[in-house]
Design a protein around this ligand. Structure first.
Ligand SMILES: [Fe+2]
Length: 184
């Protein structure tokens, strides 16, 4: 069994009942990851596993700091003893450093979880930011606008997303360029 199947079952256990919309989003993000086989090759399984797990830090049972990339990554490291790479990808998904800085957790995040190589980090960001909250494919601009309207202009998440936007757009474009070169 690959990591992705294990990750899917774990994510379902943590998200499906308490957070059905987050679970729908997660399924769409995982489908996007599976579609990147032409550029990720053997690492598609790792990326798909990370896609299944990227938002488990929102699960009520896992909330600790309230910063979901860190809570999810710590759970994977400490409770599940998961593959280091998986925990690192979850910790840094979707330019998480920007929100970590807003929350005063930048040093903690950086000290506990090194970054995975940029192509994988970008691929996970692409999958997350081209999938709507309901799990449907969407362009990155629509996704960013939806986050702003959901949280409102004063919210920490909106401020973080504004700072992260160049990082997010660059990641999405890098993956789209790679897909173009691979003939997809
Ligand atoms: Fe997330």
């Amino acid at each position: 069994m690959g990591q992705a199947e294990w990750a899917r079952d774990l994510a379902r256990h943590l998200l499906e009942e308490p957070l059905p919309r987050r679970w729908a989003h997660t399924q769409g993000v995982a489908a996007q990851a599976e579609s990147l086989g032409s550029i990720l090759g053997a690492e598609t399984d790792l990326l798909t596993a990370a896609a299944w797990l990227h938002d488990i830090g929102y699960a009520p049972a896992l909330i600790d700091t309230g910063f979901h990339p860190l809570d999810g990554a710590r759970y994977l490291r400490d409770v599940q003893q998961a593959d280091d790479r998986l925990a690192r990808l979850v910790a840094h998904h979707t330019c998480a450093e920007c929100e970590a800085a807003e929350r005063g957790l930048f040093d903690t995040l950086s000290a506990e979880f090194a970054k995975e190589r940029p192509e994988l980090v970008e691929a996970l960001t692409y999958c997350d930011m081209t999938t709507s909250p309901d799990g449907l494919p969407v362009d990155v601009e629509t996704r960013l606008a939806e986050i702003h309207s959901r949280y409102g202009p004063e919210h920490l998440v909106s401020r973080s997303i504004t700072k992260a936007t160049p990082c997010i757009i660059a990641a999405v474009h890098a993956v789209q360029a790679a897909l173009g070169h691979s003939g997809q």
